[in-house]
Design a protein around this ligand. Structure first.
Ligand code: BG6
Length: 461
């Protein structure tokens, strides 16, 4: 059966600034927490990555050839504002040129304003734990809107705020108590609401929304206790973040869990009002896999556990703990479960709750690729993964979900958050190894030609 998508569907691809740009200290860019962090064992740092900063014109040419209708990227705060609070004209110029280049090539720019790369200068003042970071974020976003909003239709606020909270250690965050983590999380929620207020009250056109990592949560068994555990996990992992962004409220089950962890943040009356009055226009979400949990009774030795990485489970005594799902296969690289149908469940859950348009801003398979002697990459595993997920996007649209686009991760090879360059996601191969930068030449993978056809056909034929 042909699976044809709505006209104007935004077929895209994604990256983030610190993972793709390189040029970490050029043209006035200052260090972010990603630049100052010690690299994970046997992985490269973020100093050069795919060197998109110097190759963006050539890369956008390839994006055009791929047929992309949209490119989801992030803006590096540290290129735009200095530690002294000054605007850096060269940083402004880079994203101006990038946006113009995309538009000239018929590609819609979809920027995220913050993707894990907090300025080191703010980190030194307490990072998101410091309330003043809210104001710094609003000032930064105003500069972005004033400079670029005339050419942008969809803005995303914070990438995977929920993963910064639950798996912060692999995303550049220092070890913190639950209390500190959730105070910082609250500041991010308020910052997001204030930025949405600024955007909506300004002279800007377009839409703005959050970009969390959302995954449906299955109970291990039919036992009511396990079903309850799955609902509680979903409230804490997913709805805490989306209820705040879309309804401006704290999810009631999440509040109970926060209290059980002694991690309820301080919330002022003004915070509650600003959150309530300023909510999202659309929901961008990243989907890699589903989650499975079981009940976790409070008993001797039961301890809360944070997630090892973005897609792994975590445990809260009295609520839930991770469980194995025997129905799902796992990725070779990180042993993340593969669950295309879970994408359909997740998209429907989001749309049921919020009735806002949705776009997937990340979904993909990280794997080691081999460049053959004739410069080809036969990544049929990636094609399989993406095809199965695109089919579920199609079925979600048939279910009635208002899906505006799909931007898999990633447009081009880049550095993984904590597993280096060898974990590749791109449609375009970048010729470098983990530590040997080689010539950084670009090659089209088999998945490039496959996705090119999907876009040209506007679906799966
Ligand atoms: C998401 C992030 O969590 O997953 C990306 O938004 C990240 O920045 C992607 O790269 C894949 O994860 P990883 O750890 O394989 O890079």
């Amino acid at each position: 059966m042909n699976k044809i998508f709505p006209k104007d569907f935004l077929w895209g691809a994604s990256t983030s600034a610190y993972q793709v740009e390189g040029a970490w200290n050029e043209d006035g860019k200052e260090p972010s927490i990603q630049d100052t962090m010690k690299p994970f064992p046997n992985t490269t740092d973020f100093k050069v990555t795919a060197d998109f900063y110097h190759h963006y014109k050539e890369d956008i040419k390839m994006f055009k050839e791929l047929g992309l209708k949209a490119y989801r990227f992030s803006i590096a705060w540290t290129r735009i504002i200095t530690a002294q609070g000054k605007v850096n004209p060269k940083g402004i110029a880079f994203y101006n040129n990038l946006i113009n280049e995309l538009l000239e090539n018929g590609i819609e720019p979809i920027p995220t304003v913050f993707h894990f790369d907090l300025p080191q200068s703010l980190e030194e003042k307490g990072g998101w734990g410091n309330r003043q970071t809210i104001d710094r974020f609003v000032e930064y976003c105003k500069v972005l809107f004033d400079n670029y909003a005339d050419r942008v239709n969809y803005w995303q606020t914070i990438n995977e705020q929920n993963m910064l909270v639950f798996a912060g250690r692999v995303l550049g965050q220092k070890k913190k108590s639950w209390k500190e983590v959730f105070q910082g999380n609250h500041h991010m929620l308020v910052a997001q609401a204030k930025v949405m207020q600024l955007f909506h009250e300004g002279i800007y056109e377009g839409k703005i929304g959050p970009a969390p990592n959302i995954s449906c949560v299955y109970p291990k068994t039919q036992k009511p206790e396990d079903v309850l555990a799955a609902e509680n996990m979903s409230a804490f992992r997913n709805w805490l973040f989306l209820d705040a962004a879309a309804y401006g409220i704290y999810n009631h089950r999440a509040v109970q869990i926060l209290k059980s962890l002694d991690a309820m943040p301080e919330i002022t009356d003004e915070d509650r009002i600003v959150m309530r009055e300023n909510t999202a226009d659309f929901i961008a979400f990243n989907y890699y896999n589903s989650t499975t949990v079981e009940a976790f009774p409070i008993e001797a030795g039961a301890e809360a556990k944070k997630a090892a990485d973005q897609q792994s489970g975590f445990a809260i005594p009295g609520y839930f703990k991770p469980a194995k799902n025997t129905h799902l296969q796992k990725t070779k690289f990180s042993q993340w479960s593969i669950d295309p149908v879970g994408l359909r469940i997740t998209a429907n859950e989001i749309y049921d709750r919020y009735h806002l348009p949705v776009i997937i801003t990340e979904n993909g398979l990280g794997q080691e690729d081999t460049l053959t002697s004739d410069n080809k990459v036969h990544d049929d595993y990636r094609i399989d993964y993406l095809e199965q997920h695109i089919e579920q996007v199609y079925l979600s649209i048939q279910d009635g979900v208002e899906f505006i686009g799909y931007c898999p991760w990633s447009a081009i090879d880049l550095v993984s958050t904590h597993e280096g360059f060898k974990k590749r996601y791109g449609f375009i191969y970048v010729n470098r190894d983990e530590f040997d930068l080689k010539d950084l030449k670009r090659y089209k993978k088999d998945s490039f030609y496959w996705y090119q056809k999907v876009i040209a056909d506007n679906g799966l034929k």
